[in-house]
Design a protein around this ligand. Structure first.
Ligand code: FE2
Length: 415
């Protein structure tokens, strides 16, 4: 296949033909009307007036923990804290082969839903870094399905964990694409702040992106985001820095947020919210009223900051569900964030496509434009709101000009 006809593009009126050769888009042309596929024409797909979009983006997932729920024990309470206990039991059983096998299976789940760009955090608080090495191999082995960014993620802290700084430095030297952090988990506030200075310097020195698990708690006094934003502002690195979770912002008072947003806009950071994970894990110290435990997604969006949605976990000790379909996350996120207004629905796919691509700094490697990679996904609906309303699906995924996934929609008969 080298041509799609009768495609609808997001935010553009009418129908389009899209052509590609040698894995690059060579034409995106408006059509005056629906064009038939002629007898004997080869390599052309009729999109039938449905949306064709650049691939979905999964900007925050933990592939190294995926598909481990219940091994050896289930998280019975469903809390973050029991999740940590259950993971400690499973982590003792992890081997590089086990990590690779689960990561590959999970990547196939993602690719089956039209995702081609993935950022995975990988725990580097492990002497020897064998899990990181396994995931760096997965990054190469899975290239035919996804572009994978690996985050050096210090699950147990940088300053609070033995040799934490050395492990992070080694992880970057081994080839991690992104520098991570977890300041709210460090033993003291001072350690949290110094971990941010350390990781931002490490990223700047090695020309890496940054993605910090930041203030993933309901504690309104967890205020590391302002520190991360100020360092990013001073270094001029904002567009390359992402604050993941920032759930404490859902508990900050409005006066503090007013001041904070002034800084966030100057810094220009990216934000990732993991709505299913956060609604499940946060709010656990509340009786009623019970907080939703999410960051201020609509407020960040309205302020012009880049914010996107992610899955975080798939069947692991912290979250027992998930099937790789990011549209499920979008659906939940829009509900939880009070974002089912007309205008939000019209552009809802932004939160799992363009905004995720921007957080991952994909630049001109992403988007349906001449000269860019022929990475395209055909959807089962004509618009963003129809996709959401019908729980639509990705029907076809083209990567570098080759079809890597196709799905036949189920047929329903009624008497
Ligand atoms: Fe995470």
């Amino acid at each position: 296949m080298n041509h799609i006809r009768n495609a609808r593009l997001r935010a553009r009126k009418g129908l389009f033909s899209i052509a590609w050769t040698e894995g690059r888009i060579t034409a995106v042309q408006p059509q005056a009307d629906t064009l038939p596929i002629l007898d004997g024409e080869e390599g052309v797909l009729d999109a039938g007036g449905q949306l064709v979009i650049p691939p979905f983006v999964e900007p925050h997932i933990h592939l190294d923990a995926a598909l481990t729920a219940g091994e050896p024990n289930w998280n019975l309470s469903g809390t973050l804290f029991e999740g940590i206990e259950r993971w400690a039991e499973r982590k003792a059983l992890v081997t590089p082969e086990d990590t690779k096998s689960r990561a590959h299976r999970t990547i196939r789940m993602l690719a089956a839903h039209g995702i081609q760009h993935v950022r995975s955090h990988v725990d580097v608080t492990e002497p020897g870094l064998s899990t990181l090495q396994a995931m760096l191999e997965v990054r190469e082995e899975a290239r035919h399905l996804v572009d994978l960014q690996i985050v050096a993620f210090p699950q147990e802290g940088i300053e609070s964990f033995a040799d934490g700084r050395d492990l992070m430095t080694q992880a970057v030297a081994m080839g991690a694409d992104v520098v991570g952090g977890i300041p709210h988990f460090e033993n003291t506030r001072d350690q949290g702040v110094s971990s941010l200075h350390f990781l931002m310097d490490l990223a700047e020195r090695n020309d890496r992106l940054v993605d910090v698990h930041c203030d993933e708690t309901d504690d309104p006094n967890s205020r590391f985001l302002e520190v991360l934003a100020e360092i990013a502002r001073v270094k001029g690195m904002g567009s390359r820095v992402t604050a993941s979770h920032t759930t404490a912002m859902g508990s900050y008072d409005n006066a503090y947020c007013y001041k904070l947003f002034r800084l966030l806009k100057k810094a220009g950071l990216n934000f990732i919210s993991c709505p299913t994970e956060s609604i499940h894990l946060q709010g656990r110290f509340d009786s009623y009223p019970k907080r939703r435990g999410l960051t201020r997604v609509p407020e960040l969006d309205r302020a012009g900051l880049n914010v996107c949605f992610a899955q975080d976990s798939i069947v692991d000790p912290w979250y027992p569900l998930g099937n790789g379909n990011i549209l499920r996350i979008l659906d939940a996120g829009l509900h939880i964030c009070h974002m089912l207004g007309y205008e939000d629905l019209q552009r809802s796919l932004d939160f799992v496509t363009d905004n995720g691509a921007r957080a991952l700094s994909l630049g001109d490697r992403y988007g349906i434009e001449v000269g860019r990679p022929a990475n395209l996904v055909l959807l089962s609906a004509q618009s963003d709101d129809e996709m959401l309303r019908t729980q639509g699906q990705a029907l076809l995924s083209v990567r570098h000009g080759q079809v890597i996934m196709s799905r036949r929609p189920a047929e329903v008969s009624l008497v």
